[in-house]
Design a protein around this ligand. Structure first.
Ligand code: SF4
Length: 81
């Protein structure tokens, strides 16, 4: 896979789930998913998944929630320990 493309692309909801085909998808692609390591390192979804191995499908790349807030919500919901 092209190093510029995020390795999570095949399973990410940006492409396959609730966010597929929304008016923001192309923008997210350019800013995060196809913008190399720097791009994905800015993505909240990527940041959370790197820490705990997954990210809830409703979190956007530019989520205003912090990584810690998202992880705490996942713990509260029983998604992770
Ligand atoms: S939204 Fe984030 S985690 Fe998903 S493919 Fe794009 S950069 Fe990767």
């Amino acid at each position: 896979m092209d190093a510029k493309i995020c390795p999570k692309t095949p399973k990410c909801p940006i492409f396959n789930g609730i966010l597929k085909g929304t008016e923001f998808t192309e923008t997210y692609l350019k800013l995060y998913c196809e913008a190399g390591e720097a791009g994905r390192n800015r993505c909240r979804r990527y940041q959370v998944a790197e820490k705990v191995g997954m990210c809830p499908p409703d979190i956007l790349p530019n989520s205003s929630k912090s990584v810690e807030e998202i992880i705490n919500s996942m713990k509260s919901a029983g998604l992770i320990n």
